[in-house]
Design a protein. Structure first.
Length: 81
């Protein structure tokens, strides 16, 4: 089952969008729940988005250096069964 990983709420001061700095995990990589997937940048902070589950990175939807809004799809994880 594919789990969608979306940009989470950033807080009032950070706004509603961020830039994909770089992907820590690549398509095909095995990840564990809590592993960092991607580093994001805002005007106020840098932060990593963790994996919500263990599995394999099936598809990256947001390219490095692209702007994404809160709720936009970053990647899909094929959850381990």
């Amino acid at each position: 089952m594919a789990i969608e990983v979306k940009l989470p709420e950033l807080g009032a001061e950070a706004g509603d969008e961020a830039t994909v700095s770089y992907w820590i995990a690549q398509e095909g990589d095995e990840v564990s729940e809590g592993d960092d997937l991607v580093e994001m940048l805002t005007d106020k902070a840098n932060f990593n988005v963790p994996s919500p589950c263990s599995g394999k990175v099936a598809k990256i939807h947001a390219a490095e250096n692209s702007q994404v809004k809160v709720g936009d799809l970053l990647c899909e994880i094929e959850a381990a069964s």
